[in-house]
Design a protein around this ligand. Sequence first.
Ligand SMILES: Cc1cc2nc3c(=O)[nH]c(=O)nc-3n(C[C@H](O)[C@H](O)[C@H](O)COP(=O)(O)OP(=O)(O)OC[C@H]3O[C@@H](n4cnc5c(N)ncnc54)[C@H](O)[C@@H]3O)c2cc1C
Length: 461
Amino acid sequence: MSDTKKWGSEEFWGLGYEFDPQWLLTPQQRALQDKLIDLCQSDMRENAIESDKHLLFPRKNFQLLAENGFLGLLVSKEFGGMGQNHVCAAMAVETIARYGCPSTAMCYTMHLSAVAAAMLRHHGNEAILDIMRRIDKDCLVGTLSYSDPETGSHFWYPISSSAERVEDGWKVSKKASWTTSGGFADWYIVQTTSPDFGGDYSNLSCFLILGDEIEADPASWDGLGLRGNQSGPIKVDNLVIPENRLIGTVGDGASSNDEAVDPFFLLCSSSCWNGIAMAMIDITKAHTTRKKHVDVGMRVCDYPTIQDYVGEAIIDTNGSRAFAFQMAKAMDDVTNGCDWSIHEDPSVLPRADYLPWMWQVKFAAAKNVTYVSDKMLHACGGTGYKPELGIERYLRDGKAGWVMGPTNEVLRQFVGKYALLGFDSLDYWNQSVNERVLANEIKKLDKDAKKQLAEKLLAEV
Ligand SMILES: Cc1cc2nc3c(=O)[nH]c(=O)nc-3n(C[C@H](O)[C@H](O)[C@H](O)COP(=O)(O)OP(=O)(O)OC[C@H]3O[C@@H](n4cnc5c(N)ncnc54)[C@H](O)[C@@H]3O)c2cc1C
């Protein structure tokens, strides 16, 4: 551990630790950060270029992470994991995105979120524990499969999926429009409607599905950025699985979303966007301090305009990082440092209270990365527009932030609506009637149209 940021045997060429919130990390977490930076320097950053060029799943990077125990970062020590906390998860994803590979950071985000969903309900479940115990030894990459082709970014509304009770367990069907690491992951947490849900889409359940039980077509994946994250469609076709592949109890899906999947996805994906923003500032520092304009005898960094760009990018990105780490710390405080044993009582759901804060964290990080990537491209000029510098790739990767569900359009509306109309007005599952809209539309109908509507409604009931 040193106060000088190292890049191999040399000093790091981007921003030093003086711009990182190092005081938030324990000595052990700083050592983990150093390890990750070393892995990024030796292999992961180079592998990122390959993943981007050839749409390659970053399996090599995952092997390195597994060799160093990072797949079990959130797994309790008693099952062989690191037993680390929310702050450490945020630091790890940010570090991988910044110094190494954003596609790996996104796949790792989904992996950590899947681990969180599994650890939340691991109590007495051998199917889950078997994976948790072997997670690093066998490099078992997990992911989340939630988004549904019929409901787009409303990933909490799985219309094309179902589950049924059968004699030996469950029969599960899932159609997912997007799944990070789809076709490459070793295990999937899949969300469906519950058996006997009776049309109530808030009644959700989660299942553990293994890699060889899903159908995927990785060759169909293509995207603007995060090209190694392989977020293609997957299918689970009337698959019969044993009883203990249900995660938690029937109907636990909404609690699992609010307590594990959303808090970790929102925290870690935000850290990925923050890492990408920092990476672009690093590259901009390296480039603008080297590039000279001989006519005026100045380097690009000597222009006040460029200094302003960089200053504003650091201030905004550190605002976003401070927000993310503050919420990570808040979640550590209410969970005894991410101690999964508190959930032995399944009604203990302390992270869920922070969900509206986590929406704000994600909105801020995804908005910031878009702005910073534009400005860092401007600061690096035409050279930044070409792939060699790396700015262009990070800019494409960062674009995923805004559109990934919950999208920034949805989030800002959730927050504004909650503030103005109350939490229940969010109506995730389209269950409560907006009487104002209804009354206003009916007001527009003439007598005959009202009669027609009344007859139609009476026939329906
Ligand atoms: C790189 C990447 C990786 C992904 N990985 C995963 C994964 O691992 N697992 C997974 O389950 N999903 C994943 N997704 C899917 C993602 O979460 C969304 O489901 C997906 O991006 C939605 O795309 P869509 O075209 O259906 O958007 P749409 O939902 O059709 O959105 C189109 C537009 O409508 C807006 N919109 C939607 N609803 C509202 C509303 N209520 N109010 C206002 N505006 C609204 C959106 O914000 C957007 O601007 C991934 C997506 C990307 C880009």
